[in-house]
Write a protein that binds this ligand. Structure first.
Ligand code: CU
Length: 119
């Protein structure tokens, strides 16, 4: 009876220390990775649907063109350039941290800004 209790306690202590080490590694390592997110943006009526906030470099945005005309998601600094036919979707992985003004080459009113924090 006593033996079993002791073993259970040791097991719990083991799990606790692994958890602590994991937490310390996350807190101390500058390269610690939070998993990249994947989000969706629907382009509708020539608008970039609400654009996501809180992005980090490496996060992926799936742009879905819900319109019946083509659109692009073009970075002013040419970091990326998605071309979307009507009904098409395409993925954009934020290439780096920074502020990326975007526009559509076909529609001068389509503008937005994607902001990605360092990972
Ligand atoms: Cu457009």
């Amino acid at each position: 009876m006593m033996e079993r209790a002791a073993r259970t306690t040791m097991l719990k202590a083991g799990i606790w220390s692994v958890g602590m080490l994991g937490g310390l590694a996350l807190a101390c390592s500058p390269g610690a990775q939070t998993p990249a997110k994947t989000l969706s943006v629907h382009i509708n009526s020539a608008n970039y649907g609400p654009l996501p906030t809180g992005l980090k470099a490496g996060d992926t945005i799936t742009f879905v063109n819900d319109d019946t005309v083509a659109h692009t998601v073009t970075a002013r600094d040419h970091s990326f350039d998605l071309h979307l036919s009507p009904g098409q979707s395409a993925k954009l992985t934020m290439p780096k941290n920074g502020t990326f003004p975007i526009y559509c080459i076909y529609h001068s009113t389509m503008r937005g800004v994607l902001v990605a924090a360092p990972r």
